[in-house]
Design a protein around this ligand. Sequence first.
Ligand code: SAH
Ligand code: SF4
Ligand code: F3S
Length: 472
Amino acid sequence: MTEMPAPKPSKKLFIKTYGCQMNVYDSDRMADALAPHGYETTGAIEEADLVVLNTCHIREKASEKVFSELGRLREMRAARRAAGGDMMIGVAGCVAQAEGEEIVRRAPVVDLVFGPQAYHRLPELIGRAHNGAAVVDTDFPEEDKFEHLPAARREVTVKRGLTAFLTVQEGCDKFCSFCVVPYTRGAETSRPVEQVLAEARNLAAAGVREITLLGQNVNAYHGLDAAGRTIGLGELCHRLAAIPGLARLRYTTSHPIDMADDLIAAHRDLDALMPYLHLPVQSGSDTILKAMNRRHTRAQYMDVIARIRAARPDIALSGDFIVGFPGETDADFEDTLSIVREVGYASAFTFKYSPRPGTPGAGLGDQVPEPVKAERLERLQALVTAQTRAFAEACVGRTLDVLLERPGRMPGQLGGRSPYLQAVHVEAPEALIGTLQPVLITATGNNSITGKIVTGMEPNSASVVESVASVA
Ligand code: SAH
Ligand code: SF4
Ligand code: F3S
């Protein structure tokens, strides 16, 4: 695609992002799509000409936040109009896709409603919204939106730093009975290999050292390469790891049934692929797994974990858990506690089941009462918090590679991430920002660990390490 000469920015865009990393990535791409049309992003909502809420529908609380924010925006716009100004309001993301017209009925302040498959049409939609009536676009088009979005524009700045997200797969065909994603993001699709590699090369050329590949089911990736062959995520990781300058790869979120042998082997063979895997299981009870339509048993999940650990013994695991799915008994919940103990997670996200309109789970009898959900959540959280702490403490005395990303909290300190995504604080000069350093972990804090650089030792990564100044 030919780059349009960027006109002088004349309008301000403010995007508020809710939900998962895919929304974070999408928000950046919306900003990229609007930049050639004179929009510049701002962190100050008061000066915005266009406010976009990029929303999440996954749990009830997430959706409701949008409507309370729209209430605030209505007042803000009224004040702006009283002063002779104006502001356009758009709702994007998964609430937009799920609720469509309903959003305009409930919140007439909204000018624009558009789903995740319409982001490349945003400039045109804004043009139409200027004519007065609200514009709603929640179509799932045949065309590939990524082909129509401008190439990711990227400079290494404090905001868009040394790490980046890259969506490689979208949508989901799994239909877990609690989940809205198959309805809000549509059928599972994979971006072509060359498109992914081109975007990754761009990012690396702009100084990005670490890429997290994103997808609602990222390990179901099956993209067509230039030779017309379909490749999976394991092979894609191999091709990405060969890009000069990229030191680290991660991917999220994975489904246990899509942990293919070649992906597990990639964890063994690629130093760049971080030994940290987010592999949600949701419940430890076979009865509940079946009711959730997760398509695997507890034993099959444990078998996947065993195979990954055999391939990469230092791998750390993270997970998602839902408590209080309809029909969950005390015994089922005990099974969830026991699978957490059996696996031993480095981190985990825990949620109370939230019935979502239109999903099979919402219609089931035997909904679990709120106080029971709350009590189970508390017990599960206590267990995973203890595991996260134990994992951090087990890192003390180990030397971990840390990607130094930014100035730290204290003068003379830098902040970075361990292979296990832990925030790490290290005494180091600013010149080392952008490099990977071996760090001896000396202590754990509340949400971070600290350590000191081990001099005279090469970091473990096979990739070239240069300072960001020389690649930017
Ligand atoms: N694709 C991912 C999950 C995406 S949603 C996967 O298959 O694992 C992120 C997490 O939100 C899920 O793993 C689940 O734990 C939680 N979640 C999804 N729907 C939910 C609901 N209705 N109530 C509570 N938690 C939910
Ligand atoms: Fe939702 Fe299940 Fe698809 Fe994950 S695999 S996005 S939980 S339906
Ligand atoms: Fe939320 Fe949509 Fe992500 S529902 S979790 S923003 S895919």
